[in-house]
Design a protein around this ligand. Structure first.
Ligand code: 13P
Ligand code: SF4
Length: 314
């Protein structure tokens, strides 16, 4: 059997096992193309949470990172939530340790706490409302202009939302190791080479990079823009896994992944997302592990700001 045949056999085996176990496979756009291809649903962080909340499956396999699995478990405490690799964490979530964040919140009792979904369940437990990059603007704008707000943990997304909503939210000093690496110089050089290209930027990027964007948005928003735009060429300034769906949706258009600042490294790939392989998806379904567990006292608190977000995003 050659490599392509064995990959196709593995994909078929995963689908059969998922069916036999009444499992739903959810995947983020940043996972590798083969994993996206076998998923029942591929989406951005908001859509994945919405899908998890609505599923009737007995088992959710969350092909993404740990906080996404936690969100599924919090929303579906009675279901089994599996992740292909328990080591698939998130540098942004890790830049916000729960004990330090809780102290920060305690020190500012008159502030409303808005947390990006890229946080641990324990951080969500001390949060008033969760946001994703897809609904952050709308949710922040639902509060009065003079509301005192703590926004964590992504300083880049927080600065961007401050700028477009004319707020002065107090920001936690966290960031994503992938999005922080995109450089203005690389984008400008590519713009010279492809003058008609539109620049698609995720708001986790630094402010100087966001300024070069034709569109700033969540992974789903960037995809939508690419599909609807009459432009033929796009510079993609986010994790390169999204190119799979972009090329699938728009086969005649050209998508150019912007390399990170350090030539030669693959830093526009999220090393955590890439831990989701077909082999591990199969093994986790077969063995029923690694399984996500969230302590009951934390889940009880964390579900409130997640549900508030889902309500506000209808
Ligand atoms: P979205 O898919 O919500 O844009 O999130 C990007 C991300 O970094 C997920 O970890
Ligand atoms: Fe976290 Fe960044 Fe990876 Fe997204 S791309 S999962 S924010 S480390």
């Amino acid at each position: 059997m050659n490599q392509t045949q064995s990959k196709e056999t593995l994909k078929q085996a995963i689908r059969e096992l998922a069916k036999a176990k009444n499992a739903v496979l959810l995947a983020h756009y940043y996972t590798e193309g083969d994993v996206q291809d076998i998923a029942d649903f591929v989406g951005d962080s908001l859509a994945l949470a919405q899908k998890a909340a609505a599923t009737t499956a007995d088992i959710i396999v969350m092909c993404g990172v740990h906080f996404m699995g936690e969100t599924c478990k919090i929303l579906c405490p009675g279901k089994t939530v599996l992740v292909p690799d328990a080591e698939a964490t998130c540098s942004l979530a890790e830049s916000c340790p729960a004990d330090r964040f809780a102290d920060f919140v305690k020190a500012h009792p008159d502030y409303t706490v808005i947390s990006y979904v890229n946080t641990s369940a324990a951080v969500k437990a001390v949060t008033d409302v969760v946001v994703t990059s897809g609904n952050a603007r709308q949710i922040v704008e639902s509060f009065p202009k003079n509301e005192k707000i703590i926004f964590g943990p992504d300083r880049n997304l927080g600065s961007y939302i401050n700028a477009i909503t004319s707020r002065q939210m107090m920001l936690w000093d966290g960031a994503c190791h992938v999005h922080e690496r995109f450089s203005v110089e690389k984008i400008l050089a590519l713009k010279q080479q492809y003058p008609d290209a539109k620049v698609l930027v995720h708001p986790e990027c630094k402010g100087a990079v966001v300024k070069l964007a034709d569109v700033v948005g969540s992974t789903a928003a960037l995809l939508k823009f690419a599909a609807e735009s009459p432009a033929q060429t796009f510079l993609v300034v986010t994790e390169s896994g999204i190119l799979h769906e972009m090329r699938k949706k728009c086969p005649t258009k050209q998508f150019i992944p912007v390399p990170p600042d350090d030539a030669g490294c693959a830093c526009n790939e999220c090393s955590y997302m890439r831990l989701n392989t077909l082999e591990k998806v199969y093994a986790c379904l077969r063995d029923g592990r690694p399984e996500i567990q969230v302590p009951a006292d934390i889940a009880e608190k964390a579900i409130k700001p997640i549900q508030r977000m889902l309500e506000m995003s209808k």
